[in-house]
Design a protein around this ligand. Sequence first.
Ligand SMILES: Cc1cc2nc3c(=O)[nH]c(=O)nc-3n(C[C@H](O)[C@H](O)[C@H](O)COP(=O)(O)O)c2cc1C
Length: 184
Amino acid sequence: MKILGISGSLRRASFNTALLHAAQELAPEGVSIAIHDLHGLPLFDQDVEEQGDPAPVAALKQAIEEADGVLLASPEYNGGITGVLKNAIDWASRPGLGRPASVLAGRRICIVGASPGITGTVRAQDQLRQVLRRAGAAAEPQSEVLVFQAHTKILDGKLVDERTREALARHLKSYVALLQAGVR
Ligand SMILES: Cc1cc2nc3c(=O)[nH]c(=O)nc-3n(C[C@H](O)[C@H](O)[C@H](O)COP(=O)(O)O)c2cc1C
């Protein structure tokens, strides 16, 4: 089973990208997680879209389409998801030329998030659930991985907090079980 990991942060030392790296280590057996980099994805522009998807957009859509599941790691900016992630979702939500439906339609999408504050991206994750729903996808499973005080749990890009590692592993296991149970 192939899962596509996408970080909503472009920052080199991103806690959220680090969470994706931890997910790669903690994924259930037989599950691989490839990380798709959003550097280079242009800002959504409907005039550009009408000319056909730019290469980074086409690559993003193809990667989502080919993956069995998608794992989004979202920072929280001003109580919501980052522009980087929203932009990626906006592009992916559009079928574009020659595709009958959005690559997000009907998909189950796993979400996680980390922030140095004490709320651990809870507001961003609530918003992300709503945005995904509007795009025809569902955030699954219902359990949450809210990595608060991330700077104490992620050191040098590695998730070292054992309880958080266990929570992430459980979350991924539930997600994979849902994917295996049927509708992707
Ligand atoms: C513009 C901006 C707004 C932010 N707003 C919030 C916020 O609302 N809640 C929060 O917990 N952290 C907030 N932060 C702090 C981020 O959680 C922190 O920078 C985090 O490390 C970003 O994720 P990353 O490490 O994956 O890049 C904000 C940071 C920026 C740059």
